[in-house]
Unconditional design. Structure first.
Length: 365
């Protein structure tokens, strides 16, 4: 009960607050998001873990300065109170993929707190339909790789980490790097090169990711089809803990409209390396239903499922699902409810299983 009371104030503060962000002038704009969520887990076959409710309140203010139509300087900060269920759940995949309290301090072992991204971007205009965006600074690879119209945002779409990106692959965030995005009509080609202060094994790592995307318009609507290839330097421990290996993976990410009020998505991912890891393979997909079908233009329903095949660690496989309803209250505020199911099977021993019920409020400005 204590945790619930602590969350009520932030959530209702979000719902009642006015839109406070604005364009300062033609060049400078300030925005961001403020979110509050509570999640409650109901478990079975999970000794040492309790049925409990936990909260988290992340705040991410951002600033953009555009001195002209080809240059941009951007900053995003991250603050948070609480870690939700992420640190008290038996499940391998995080119930909320947001950047929470423990994620915004000493980011990637750099002794940097709260500053998530800080970059400069220049756009080369080759023609009206042919541009190249070059960005360098502190960047987030998920802003350029593995996007998806229906399963890519833990604040407005699915909360579970397996339904926002692939937890079987290495996609770093908030570190030094460069990106290049070539927009060429229906085709978009993206590349990201980053240096990560510390990976999961405490080693400095170099990451390279490339993506090819094509947008197709047909009788069903718009579809986006992406292939992503990722590789790292040999800085991840193998299963014996005695040798260093690369992390290599490939991902297919697709979203497709199915008429005016329905959309579908899939994300498939495979690892091909000898580094230790919980999962090798990801199969996920789902549907999105727009509120226009029931005269609620800003609302939507998301339903997604994922199956992850275990890698070289103790876990054999994971099956999970999530469904949410998102109410768009106005141009700034949205409230969503969600239910998740997750079941982890280990090669030996217990198989934690349970439901996670969530309530999330988000103000975007």
């Amino acid at each position: 009960m204590k945790q619930t009371i602590r969350l009520v104030v932030p959530v209702f503060a979000i719902i009642s607050m006015p839109a406070i962000a604005y364009d300062v002038n033609d060049q400078l704009s300030i925005g961001g998001l403020l979110a509050g969520a509570i999640q409650c887990q109901n478990l079975s076959d999970a000794p040492g873990f309790e049925d409990t409710c936990e909260y988290a309140v992340p705040l991410q203010p951002e600033m953009s300065f555009r001195p002209n139509d080809t240059d941009e300087i951007f900053f995003k900060f991250g603050f948070a109170a609480g870690n939700g269920l992420n640190e008290v759940t038996p499940f391998k995949v995080s119930p909320w993929a947001a950047s929470l309290e423990s994620d915004v301090k000493n980011i990637n072992g750099r002794n940097r707190d709260y500053l998530l991204t800080a970059w400069y971007k220049h756009t080369f205009k080759l023609s009206n339909a042919n541009t190249i965006d070059a960005t360098f600074g502190i960047i987030d690879s998920t802003q350029y790789l593995d996007e998806n119209a229906y399963a890519n945002d833990e604040y407005t779409q699915f909360m579970n980490a397996a339904l926002t990106n692939g937890p079987n692959v290495f996609l770093p965030s908030y570190d030094i790097g460069v990106s290049t995005v070539w927009n060429a009509g229906r085709w978009t080609f993206s590349g990201v090169l980053m240096n990560i202060g510390e990976n999961i094994d405490g080693n400095n790592t170099t990451f390279l990711g490339v993506q090819a995307e094509i947008q197709i318009n047909n009788s069903l609507g718009t579809g986006n089809y992406r292939v992503i290839i990722k590789n790292t330097s040999k800085d991840f421990l193998d299963v014996t803990g005695t040798q260093l290996e690369r992390r290599e993976s490939a991902t297919l990410s697709v979203d497709q409209e199915l008429g005016d009020t329905t959309g579908a998505w899939i994300r498939l991912g495979w690892r091909d390396d000898n580094a230790a890891g919980d999962y090798d393979t990801l199969y996920s997909g789902g549907i999105d239903l727009k509120g226009a079908a029931w005269k609620r233009q800003g609302d939507n329903i998301g339903i997604g499922m994922a199956y992850l095949q275990g890698g070289s660690q103790a876990i054999k496989d994971t099956t999970l699902a999530e469904a949410y309803y998102r109410w768009r209250l106005n141009n700034v505020l949205a409230l969503s409810t969600s239910i998740q199911y997750q079941n982890d099977h280990y090669n030996v021993g217990v198989a934690p299983e349970g439901f996670i019920f969530g309530l999330r409020a988000v103000a975007e400005f």
